[in-house]
Design a protein around this ligand. Structure first.
Ligand SMILES: Cc1cc2nc3c(=O)[nH]c(=O)nc-3n(C[C@H](O)[C@H](O)[C@H](O)COP(=O)(O)O)c2cc1C
Length: 322
């Protein structure tokens, strides 16, 4: 049996590679998204808890750099989500990826505007629920990933989601080269998503301290914060991350643990890492695959290297020929 990669969404978007950028708050700027889309992948602008105007600014920046489609990743929990969707629709964005919630209340209007909706899911149950609600594809994201994570590994999660739904499944978490991408396709994925690998792209605008930390990191250099309080995030180990975990443990010893007080410790730390390169106080979100990444390359080179190695290993072409 040979692998055949079918992904009508990626084909419709005219992508040269079946590879997308994971949305990354603060780190996933319009310039990086544009570079990835321009090179034939699908770039995403990460918007976190931004206001609509900030999202519009970054979308326009991407549009000034590429005519190719790109996506916007939104946090459904954001207080500004209504205005963010208004901006996305007004600006004619083609794809939306969603995290932290259920996109179904917005699905009809997004589809009416011709927008493809792809939620990120950490489990089979959520993937099934999303398919029932009518989303176009899902990203199955394993806990090897940088940033906020679920409990399952990519290796275990992806084939189970592939068996559970009929829509395209894009695999994320721990993919940094063509071997990882090929493995994901062998598990049944019809696309791959990378975050950490693109953090180190030449066009990535993260602070040099952040980029260097990812390039220098070893396999064992990430840690998961928020484990005990239910908001898990994978970051590179530093003073902030270790103190956070220690505080969590201390808090849980108390008769009435105050989750909100602990969460507050994280507030603003990703921005501090991305924009100020704050070595001690920043949350350097990055995945376990950091240990595999030692060089800074252009987004175009990353896409070409990952895809050519994966295609060679699998003996496939993209788009698939009959
Ligand atoms: C710095 C950083 C910020 C991230 N922010 C978001 C986000 O805002 N929304 C989201 O859905 N995923 C976010 N992620 C997860 C990525 O979209 C992606 O799924 C993940 O990085 C894939 O795993 P990898 O890092 O092993 O490639 C973030 C990841 C990183 C490294």
């Amino acid at each position: 049996m040979t692998v055949k990669i079918e992904n009508p969404i990626f084909e419709k978007l005219g992508m040269k590679y079946p590879i997308m950028e994971g949305g990354m708050t603060w780190a996933g700027t319009g310039a990086l998204a544009a570079a990835i889309s321009e090179a034939g992948g699908l770039g995403f602008i990460g918007t976190g808890y931004w206001h609509g105007d900030d999202v519009r600014h970054e979308i326009r920046r991407a549009k000034s750099l590429t005519d190719k489609p790109f996506g916007v990743n939104v946090m459904l929990m954001s207080r500004h989500i209504r205005e963010v969707f208004d901006v996305i629709i007004e600006e004619g964005v083609r794809v939306v990826a969603t995290g932290a919630g259920d996109p179904s209340p917005f699905l009809e209007e997004l589809h009416e505007a011709g927008i493809i909706v792809i939620p990120v899911v950490p489990s089979v149950g959520l993937a099934r629920m999303m398919e029932k609600k009518g989303v176009d594809a899902v990203v199955a994201e394993g806990m090897e990933s940088g940033g906020h994570i679920g409990m399952l590994t990519t290796m275990a999660l992806v084939p189970q989601v592939v068996d559970a739904v009929d829509i395209p499944v894009i695999a994320a978490g721990g993919i940094g080269d063509g071997r990882g991408a090929a493995a994901a396709f062998m598990l049944g994925a019809s696309g791959v998503q990378m975050g950490t690998r693109f953090l180190t792209a030449t066009e990535s605008e993260i602070h040099d301290n952040f980029k260097k930390a990812v390039l220098k990191a070893r396999d064992i250099d990430t840690i998961v914060t928020g484990n005990l309080l239910g908001n898990r995030a994978r970051v590179l180990k530093n003073k902030m991350a270790k103190a956070f975990v220690k505080n969590e443990v201390n808090e849980l010893q108390k008769p009435k643990p105050d989750a909100a007080a602990i969460e507050k410790l994280e507030s603003g730390t990703l921005r501090a890492a991305v924009q100020q390169g704050d070595k001690d106080g920043g949350a350097f979100m990055a995945g376990q695959i950091s240990g595999l990444i030692h060089d800074e390359k252009s987004a175009a080179q990353i896409l070409e290297d990952v895809w050519s190695q994966a295609a060679d290993l699998m003996g496939v072409e993209w788009p698939a020929k009959d």
